[in-house]
Write a protein that binds this ligand. Sequence first.
Ligand SMILES: NC(=O)C1=CN([C@@H]2O[C@H](COP(=O)(O)OP(=O)(O)OC[C@H]3O[C@@H](n4cnc5c(N)ncnc54)[C@H](O)[C@@H]3O)[C@@H](O)[C@H]2O)C=CC1
Ligand SMILES: O=C(O)C1=N[C@H](C(=O)O)C[C@H](O)C1
Length: 250
Amino acid sequence: MIKVSVVGAQGRMGSHVVDAVNAASDAELALALDAGDDLTAITPENTDVVVEFTVPSVTLGNVLTLIAQGVDVVVGTTGWTDEKLDAVRAALAQAPREGQSVFIAPNFAISAVLADYFARLAAPYFESAEVIELHHPDKVDAPSGTAIHTAQGIGAARAKAGLGAVPDNTQTDGGSRGQVVDGVHVHAVRLRGLNAHEEVLFGNAGEQLVIRADSFDRGSFMPGVLLAVRKVASGEFPGLTVGLDHFLDL
Ligand SMILES: NC(=O)C1=CN([C@@H]2O[C@H](COP(=O)(O)OP(=O)(O)OC[C@H]3O[C@@H](n4cnc5c(N)ncnc54)[C@H](O)[C@@H]3O)[C@@H](O)[C@H]2O)C=CC1
Ligand SMILES: O=C(O)C1=N[C@H](C(=O)O)C[C@H](O)C1
C-alpha cells in the first residue's frame, strides 16, 4: 500500500484527492492537512507520497518543507516559474533521502495533457498561434498554469523550427490581446458554470486548426493524480519531473 498524505485537503482539488486515495485499492490516506496545519507532522514513517494542491503563493514553501521531511511530493498547484523550479532542484540535491522525487503537473487531465502535446506537434506548421483558457470564476490565477505551459511549448517548437514572430498588426491595445508568453498571446475567460477548458488556435492563410480540451468535472484529474502517485512511489523518477506526459507512452 502506498501511504499518501494530502496538503490542501479541504480545497476543491484536495478533497477530491482524499476521496480518490480512499477509493484506490493500492493506496491509503495518511494525513489530510490544510492551511494552519504543521507540515512537519508528515514524515517518512507515516507517508510515502504527499499530494499538494494549495495556492500559488505557498506551494514552493510547502514543497521545500516536504523535501526536508524526506518524503516524495506530487504537486498540482500552479504558479511555477523557472526560478522556483531551480529552488526545488537545489533542495532535492540536499534532500535527506537518496532518490527523492518531486513531480509537478500543470494539468492531470489526459485531455489537457494530449492537447498540450498535440499543440507542440502542430506549432511548427502554422504562422499564427494563440491560446484561450476558460475557467470557473473562483480560480485565483490567470492565465492558467496549463495555458502558460502550452504557450511555452508552442514558443519552443516555433523557435526550433525557425519561425519568426506571429503576424499581428495591432496598433492600439487596451489589454484585449492578452498576455504574451514566449511570443504566444494567451487569453483568459472566467465564467460561472465552467470548470477547466483550453483552446489552442493555429492559423495559416486559408486554414485553421483548433485543438480543444474540456474538463467538465474535477474527477477528470484523479486518474492522472493516482498515476503520478504510483510512478513517484516506484522510485523510478528521482529528482524533479514536470508534466504528466513523462508518464505516458507518447
Ligand atoms: N494540475 C492540475 O491538474 C490542477 C491544478 N489545479 C491547481 O491546484 C491549485 C488548487 O486549486 P483548488 O483546489 O481549486 O483551490 P482551492 O482554493 O479550492 O484549495 C486550496 C486549498 O489550499 C489550502 N491552503 C492554502 N494555504 C495553505 C497552506 N499554506 N498549507 C496548506 N493548505 C493551504 C486552502 O485552505 C484550500 O483548502 C490551484 O493552483 C489550481 O490552479 C486545479 C485543478 C487541476
Ligand atoms: O484552477 C483550476 O481549476 C485549474 N488549474 C490548473 C491550471 O491553472 O492550469 C489546471 C486546470 O486548468 C484547472
